[in-house]
Design a protein around this ligand. Structure first.
Ligand SMILES: NC(=O)c1ccc[n+]([C@@H]2O[C@H](COP(=O)([O-])OP(=O)(O)OC[C@H]3O[C@@H](n4cnc5c(N)ncnc54)[C@H](OP(=O)(O)O)[C@@H]3O)[C@@H](O)[C@H]2O)c1
Length: 305
């Protein structure tokens, strides 16, 4: 029998990290879809040996620490999820944000190259300015509008074509801190919410992304990939759907414009940055409609309360 594929996961305690560790272990993450990974192959017992490193275990902005960790563990694949993800705080924390999201990718890519490991890293729709007027494909021009978006684009630029760069957007998982949890809590508590209609994007359920990452760990394709659930939405659409799933009427979610927010967010968000996932769907199974994934997510949370 061949030895397991050794996969090192950075940021393994984060929203996507916990789901990827589950999926590579052959477990369906909370709120995930039962069934096979998106390449149609079940995870065999012992197929993967997973080494999860949390922020506490490894600071990816520390070049020497990254090289030491990879030289010591000699993974076949690195799933690089560690990132500075506080989009508004990043506007005032530029140096730290770039140290993690740009330099950190560079350290991981260099260290992986030294041990012959394939790297899969996650980027974002916030590398785009949102002015295209249509869904973004992989080779569209980037033009980030925020420090976070610029730092993630700088991270992409560290990656040669052999590195697999997954752009996802609006990631939400049962064990994450996404705004969908706020929506669900307010729906259950009988409160109302206001969400914007002038930010359109694609939802990516963390459990579905984890399933996609299992397929990519096996395929190691390299290049840019847009990965998200099917269909686009505004944040108002997501809130309205969460309300309906949890039995609230149309009085739950109220539409507003970004300019109505008080205070205004520090970081600009693209107005329309939905990801075109055609390339993904030509090679793998689709992640499925966003409404189904959001329903599983909020009902799982409800069941756990
Ligand atoms: N969330 C989204 O909507 C979204 C959208 C598109 C792309 N992405 C990308 O998807 C990836 C996974 O995001 P996520 O949603 O899982 O975010 P997350 O829940 O914030 O997880 C990121 C993890 O990275 C850790 N981390 C932060 N700085 C670090 C450092 N210097 N060294 C090592 N670890 C560090 C964090 O630990 P601490 O919390 O302890 O600092 C956290 O566990 C990231 O690359 C992110 O940029 C996210």
């Amino acid at each position: 029998m061949s030895r397991p594929v050794r996969v090192l996961v950075t940021g393994s305690a984060g929203q996507v990290g916990v789901d990827v560790v589950d999926s590579l272990g052959g477990r369906v993450p909370p709120g995930g879809r039962d069934g096979l990974p998106l390449d149609g192959r079940a995870v065999d017992h012992g197929e993967f040996e997973v080494l999860g490193l949390t922020h506490h275990d490894l600071d990816v902005s520390d070049r020497d620490a990254v090289h030491h960790a990879l030289a010591a563990s000699r993974p076949d694949v690195v799933v690089h999820l560690a990132a500075y993800t506080k989009v508004d705080a990043a506007q005032r924390d530029v140096r730290r944000c770039f140290a993690v999201n740009a330099d950190g990718v560079g350290h991981v890519v260099d260290a992986a190259s030294a041990v012959g490991a394939h790297v899969i890293t996650i980027s974002t729709d916030y590398v785009f300015d949102g002015r295209k007027g249509a869904a973004y494909v992989e080779d569209d021009l980037t033009n980030p509008q925020s420090v976070y978006g610029a730092s993630k684009r700088a991270g992409e630029e560290w990656c040669s074509p052999e590195v697999t760069v997954v752009r996802a957007s609006w990631i939400m998982g049962v064990r994450g801190t996404s705004v969908v949890h706020t929506m669900a809590r307010r729906a259950r508590d009988g409160q109302e919410v206001r969400f914007v209609t002038d930010q359109r994007g694609t939802v990516t359920a963390s459990a579905d992304l984890a399933s996609a990452l299992v397929a990519l760990v096996r395929a190691r394709p390299g290049g840019l990939w847009h990965v998200a659930n099917d269909g686009d939405a505004t944040w108002f659409d997501v809130a309205q759907h969460v309300g309906r799933v949890l039995g609230r009427g149309d009085d739950f979610a109220h539409p507003i414009r970004t300019s109505d927010l008080d205070p205004l967010p520090l970081a600009a968000r693209p107005e329309r940055s939905d990801l075109d996932t055609t390339k993904w769907r030509q090679h793998f199974a689709p992640l499925g409609p966003w409404r189904e994934s959001v329903e599983r997510l909020v009902t799982w949370e409800g069941a756990a309360r």
